[in-house]
Write a protein that binds this ligand. Sequence first.
Ligand SMILES: Cc1cc2nc3c(=O)[nH]c(=O)nc-3n(C[C@H](O)[C@H](O)[C@H](O)COP(=O)(O)OP(=O)(O)OC[C@H]3O[C@@H](n4cnc5c(N)ncnc54)[C@H](O)[C@@H]3O)c2cc1C
Length: 303
Amino acid sequence: MPYNIFVCAKQVPDTADITGEAMKADGTINRAALPAIFNPDDHNALELGLSLRDRYGGEVTVITMGPPRAADILRDSLQRGADGVVLLTDRGFAVADTLATSYTLAKAIERAGGADVVLCGRQAIDGDTAQIGPQLAGRLGIGQITYVTEVLSLGNGRVQARRLIQGGVETVEACLPVLMTVTSEANEPRPPRAKLLMKYKKAKAPSELARELATRKDLPAEDAERKLNDMQRQLAQAGLLIAEWDGASIGADMERCGYVGSPTRVMKVESALLKQANQKSVAPSDEGLQQLVHELTKDHILG
Ligand SMILES: Cc1cc2nc3c(=O)[nH]c(=O)nc-3n(C[C@H](O)[C@H](O)[C@H](O)COP(=O)(O)OP(=O)(O)OC[C@H]3O[C@@H](n4cnc5c(N)ncnc54)[C@H](O)[C@@H]3O)c2cc1C
């Protein structure tokens, strides 16, 4: 039986590449100062989706909620072999907490006709709450398996998976449809394929095209609209138009989306910096190492 697999992916600031301007004065993340990347765990979720499709048949659709530039991770997904992608973008979706994000993602998956398997990363490296997967399963009214490292079997309306627990691994079984959150231990994400890389680097979402045209001062407004329609038609014919849905097209109650639909307020973010009080050099010799072990043992760090 072919499976309808949805992968939720988030574009996040690269927190491994922190610069002095990473935080704003108010303690929030200065996203403009950090490169934007595919949330690492979501690459593992995508790889699991692609491998399930390859083993059992079906289609993988990657969905992201974010600004137009989040289309970058959708191009990446197509280049790794996703069958379809959806950009969920609307000014009213901005500054969403987990409650509003999971509501919006659920409305989009429902609009798409539902899924047999929904995959999320274990957590996003910017918000770090790991709440979206469980909340989304709750909103869709389906079962969930968190911290998945391996899917052992899929068939007869059931899935068997291994999940990480403290100090071990457990094997569990659930009915379909199911949502699974995927850990970084689950797999080694496949790289983009050369042929798909060339093809899908030209894929664009309508809002990206509109932004490009808005920078063209030479184009009168009425011509810009016609040009936009022409460009969309051409891309659609070539299979390169990224599907884009806003609040109206997924039938969302905008009072439950974005900032207005988000009860969470992050009051303050503090960065924990470990400052070294003093520094000691150790000679790269047996004697130096012995001295180091002795000091660590004396300070009760070792032993
Ligand atoms: C410092 C900081 C603290 C925050 N604290 C809170 C808080 O305490 N409570 C709160 O409600 N919000 C909080 N937020 C907001 C939070 O970033 C957003 O709610 C965000 O939309 C989703 O939460 P997350 O990033 O923690 O995702 P997680 O729950 O960690 O994400 C798990 C998975 O869900 C999927 N996913 C997440 N976001 C998207 C998306 N936009 N599109 C598609 N898939 C997605 C991905 O597969 C991801 O791997 C905070 C944000 C920051 C920057």
